[in-house]
Design a protein around this ligand. Structure first.
Ligand code: ATP
Ligand code: MG
Length: 249
């Protein structure tokens, strides 16, 4: 079993909360209301994967050759992947946006079956020699939410989501990948705390994700990311910004 390597989120505060950045062999979830920045964080990860100084690793973790040719898969379930935004972020860092786009496979999933199939295909791509090091699902739950409505469908939905998460976990573990998922939240009444926001997918997603964040808007371009329920890191908050340059402190 290889050791983990890490990828910067673009924000050193956020990296610190993660004890050094997005971690391989793990699933990291970003949940929050619309417009809080989940898709932006996902775009920035694709860009940072192509920039050596944003990868924290040494030879025993991941070889220089693997870093040099690292590729991302972006499973886009909402049609919100924007090549122009990738180029804008890349140029702000002084790297070639077209290189990022060449090394990012975007797969548009129109329903949950396609989404699950794409995740399974990543394994085949890797076996065919593609050096996939980052897998993003943006968003994890929107297709499931649309297709499995009502109480009667809940257990079927959860079963399928569970299978999807185990495919993603296997990718992370077996191939030393970073897996990032985004998720919506729902508001649920809580006896003690009033209205509580919860990530969709319940325990099935909760147990499969190693690092879970709630994102919320702060003042202006500021965003607050709160880490919660980590098996080995304390709950903590990071403040970062989203500007035309991308994600940064
Ligand atoms: P949803 O749940 O709807 O998918 P999300 O959490 O994915 O929402 P994003 O699309 O990541 O939200 O964030 C959108 C926000 O990011 C915008 O409201 C804006 O504040 C910021 N943003 C996006 N593009 C730019 C840009 N080019 N320059 C500056 N800020 C930007
Ligand atoms: Mg989004």
């Amino acid at each position: 079993r290889k050791s983990v390597w890490r990828l910067s989120t673009g924000s050193s505060e956020l990296d610190d909360v993660l004890a050094g950045g997005l971690e391989s062999q793990s699933i990291t979830e970003f949940a929050g209301l619309f417009g809080c920045g989940k898709t932006q964080v996902a775009h920035q990860a694709c860009v940072n994967l192509q920039s050596r100084e944003n990868i924290f690793a040494d030879e025993e973790h991941i070889s220089e050759e693997e870093i040099e040719n690292a590729k991302a898969v972006y499973i886009d379930t909402e049609g919100t992947f924007r090549p122009e935004r990738i180029i804008q972020m890349a140029e702000a860092m002084g790297i070639d946006g077209n290189k990022v786009l060449d090394n990012t496979f975007v797969a548009r999933a129109y329903n949950s079956d396609m989404q699950m199939l794409f995740a399974e295909k990543v394994e085949e791509l890797i076996k065919d020699g593609e050096n996939i090091k980052l897998v993003i699902v943006d968003s994890l739950t929107s297709t499931f939410r649309n297709e499995y409505t009502g109480r009667g469908k809940l257990s079927e939905r959860q079963q399928k989501l569970g299978r999807h998460m185990s495919v993603l976990n296997k990718l992370a573990d077996l191939h030393n990948c970073i897996v990032m998922i985004t998720n919506q939240v729902s508001a649920k009444p809580d006896a003690f705390f009033g209205i509580q926001e919860q990530a969709i997918g319940g325990n099935i997603v909760g147990h499969a994700a190693t690092f879970r964040f709630f994102l919320r808007k702060g003042k202006g371009d500021k965003r607050v990311a709160k880490l919660y329920d980590s098996p080995h890191l304390p709950d903590a908050e990071a403040i970062f910004r989203i500007t035309e340059k991308g994600i940064h402190d």
